[in-house]
Design a protein around this ligand. Sequence first.
Ligand SMILES: C[S@@+](CC[C@H](N)C(=O)[O-])C[C@H]1O[C@@H](n2cnc3c(N)ncnc32)[C@H](O)[C@@H]1O
Length: 191
Amino acid sequence: MLPLNIIEFIHNLFEIHLKDGDVALDATAGNGNDTLHLAKCVGENGLVWAFDIQQQAVNITLKKLVKSQLDTRVKIILDNHDKISQYIENKIDAAIFNLGYLPCGDKKCTTLVHSSLSALKQSLNLLKINGLIAVVVYPGHDAGLIECNAIEQFVSNIKQQDIDILRYRFANRPDNAPYALVFNKLRDCIF
Ligand SMILES: C[S@@+](CC[C@H](N)C(=O)[O-])C[C@H]1O[C@@H](n2cnc3c(N)ncnc32)[C@H](O)[C@@H]1O
């Protein structure tokens, strides 16, 4: 079956894009599903940076990686993703921002517009030319809608010569259903 679900579609893109030895970032580790997928995609010589502000998310992610014997490829950081450039010095090949709150966790601990935008800009600066960033937004809850609108505003000001940005969303679901923005960097640009 074709991977039509938004997360499966993004995972598929990373599978095609990433190769052994690449460096990827998961800006919101959460339950570790995206981190685990990136760890598989970067191969045994690759590296994944995974950030989350919740100890619970770090624990779940680490457990999942250890179970799959992929923990040695991942650096899990218990910190705000708006500090990523304090940790990551080298360029990255891909990143995922799966925004919102931890499913089955504290819904008040959600990503917020200021830190998400800051982290996204830092990631775009760290991204190699031809690199990919996927941002999954959740406009169905209050903070998610504010965040989504701010990201759309930011995106509308990015030159098409700098970055190709595609929107992947359901055509027959309400406007507030989750969707993804995928960034493909075409040339050097600073945010
Ligand atoms: C939708 S979940 C991520 C799902 C996850 N990628 C997965 O595969 O299960 C969003 C996560 O973002 C985390 N988060 C919220 N604000 C953050 C911040 N400023 N920096 C890093 N993580 C943050 C939350 O703790 C939560 O675990």
